[in-house]
Every structure is written in C-alpha cells, then in structure tokens.
Write a protein that binds this ligand. Sequence first.
Ligand SMILES: Nc1nc2c(c(=O)[nH]1)N[C@H]1C(S)=C(S)[C@@H](COP(=O)(O)O)O[C@H]1N2
Ligand SMILES: [Mo]
Length: 363
Amino acid sequence: MTSQEYVTLDSAEQPGISIEELQLATRNHGMPLEALRYDVTPLGLHYLLTHFDIPALDPATWRLRIGGWVARPLTLTLDELRARPTVTRRVTMECAGNGRARLSPRPVSQPWLLEAVGTGEWTGTPAADVIDEAGVTPDAIEVVFTGADRGVQGGVEHAYARSITLDELRATGALLAWGLNGVALPPQHGAPVRLVVPGWYGMTSVKWLTSIDLTTTPFDGYQQAGSYRFRQTPDEVGDPVTRLAVRSLMIPPGIPDFLTRRRIVDRGTHELRGRAWAGRAPIAAVEVSTDGGRTWQGADLHTPSDPAAWTAWRAVWHADAPGETEVCCRARDTSGNAQPDTPSWNLGGYAVNAVQRVAVTVR
Ligand SMILES: Nc1nc2c(c(=O)[nH]1)N[C@H]1C(S)=C(S)[C@@H](COP(=O)(O)O)O[C@H]1N2
Ligand SMILES: [Mo]
C-alpha cells in the first residue's frame, strides 16, 4: 500500500503519537528552528539521534582498531589519532528521518517534524588517510564503521555499524572527529571519536567508534541492509539511503502561540531568513511564498562557509494584508533537484523533503 497523503498534526485523521514514539522523542531532541540563525549550531542545540544507549568510553583506555582486508592492522590510541594531520570542517548533518512525522500512515520511529538538522564545526583527521596507512588490499571495496553502542532493533541484537564504499569515503573527505565547535566531542555526539561523512544523511556518521574494517563484500548489518532503504513494502530490498536530499528551512517569523506554534506577525515589512542544503550538488536557488504557495519570489543566497555546510538565505516580506496565511520556502540545487510540494511516502519515512509551510496570522 502506498499513500501519498500529507496531513497536518491537527487533522482529525492523524493518529496520535504513541508513548513509544514520545519515549524516543524525549531522548532525541531536534534543533529549535530559531537556531537556524547560527551558521555553526551552538553545542546543545544540534539535533541528536541515538538508537540505543549512550555508551561510557574512557578516552584513556579507548582504542580504535583498523582491520579486515588491510595489509597492516592498526590499533590507535586517542593521542596517536590526535597527533595526525588535523582538519576542521563545517558540516551540515541531517537525520534521514527528518520530516517523517507528518506522513500518513506515519512510519513508527523517531517522530521528527523538521528539526533533525544542525551544522557542527568538526575537528578530526581524514579517515581515508588512516585506512591508507593500514594498507588497503586490492579486493577491498567497503569500509565498515562500528560503534560501541549495542541494542536490539528489528529483532536483531547488534552494535550500531554502517558501511560506505572506499570510493565514496575518499570522495566525501570523511573525518574521524574528536572535536565539535572547538571542544572535545560531548558524550551524546560520539565521544571520544566518531565518523563524520559530509553530504550524507546522519546514519552514516557512526558515533563512539571502536573499529574500522575493510571488506570485500557489501556489508549486510541491520543498519545497512535491514534499515535505511527506500521501500514501499517490508519484503522489498529497496535502494539505500545515501546523500542529503535538497531542503530549505526558515526561522519561523514573528512570535509563536505556545501550544499550536502558530506564528503571529504584525503588519509591515519582515525579513524571512533560513538555510538550505543538499548532498548531491550546491544550492542554486531558494524561493519563498507568503501566500501558501500560490506565488513565489527568489531569496538572496550567501555563499556557504564550507562546501559541506548549509547556505544562508534571506527575503523581504511586505505583510500588508491582515489575516491568515502560510509562509513557505523551497530550494533547488545546481543539478536541478528540487523540493517537492508534497512528499513521496516510503516505509521508513526517509528523505521526506517537501516544502516547509508555516501557518502565520498577520495582525
Ligand atoms: N554509534 C552510533 N552512531 C550513530 C547513531 C547511533 O545510534 N549509534 N545514530 C546515527 C544517526 S541515525 C544519526 S542521524 C546521527 C546523529 O548524530 P548526532 O546525534 O551527533 O546529531 O548519528 C548516527 N550515528
Ligand atoms: Mo538519523
């Protein structure tokens, strides 16, 4: 069954959020959209997604093992890793499930509305260089990154692990990161060391790294083969979820109503501001609509501080007519990928990047 329907949360047909979903939502917070004002998301405002429990790793005894199809398996301490060439990059990270909570039927998982995004200033060393030091053997095609956190999902007990092909790993400039926004990685973001893969959905950026293994066959762990695939039915194999779909979000204008979050703005001229990002090509354009999507105007773009970081945009809104309206934004990238008006449904609720719509009362 496929439903393309997109409902709002106050619709009578939308079944309520379950206690299980609430349990996940209180553990995994989003970035309040007013924090789109910061190019680098302040610590504590970056979204969080942790499948199991945050593990306790002692930086003094922590080791990173690099093995599998390598010529010289390595075991590195944190000090040895930190002594390597250091890179700091601004990377926009987004959870693949961002936007799934408004799908109907709603995929039961972390019920993200739109806030599962943030931009960190990540400090680390290129993952490909460490792997090259271990010596990639000719048959190796993939790199499996394993975290210290364990749990059961889909009936399978496993440590959180994801793979990426060697070619993609090199192309993205992925980092083994020990720093975030100038401080040591906080526990919730993967201390002491995590992977950060620019341009890819967050699930690839494995936290609490313990091992890196080169393989000659595609990885079939739960988080790779059982999850993060575009499927309409559970028995399909489905294409894997990979790079970030193009998306723009705005700082909700005016002031909110506490419970409904409906916005209230005074008649007059307002600046609409937000950010846009895409994992396949740079942002080419952002447009805003202040009449619910009937007419659109171009926004001014600001060149991103890093190719992997979001693009700031702004537009002017002359809010002349009192009453109810919807303010919307949409982006497209230089390859012509654009945000759809309505999302396409998939079983996991991945890459749901439809146009953002914010209900506003002009008074
Ligand atoms: N070890 C481990 N790594 C993980 C996860 C996890 O649960 N365990 N969650 C992934 C997912 S789905 C996302 S979206 C990002 C979130 O990173 P953050 O919590 O630092 O924002 O981490 C990824 N890395
Ligand atoms: Mo995620």
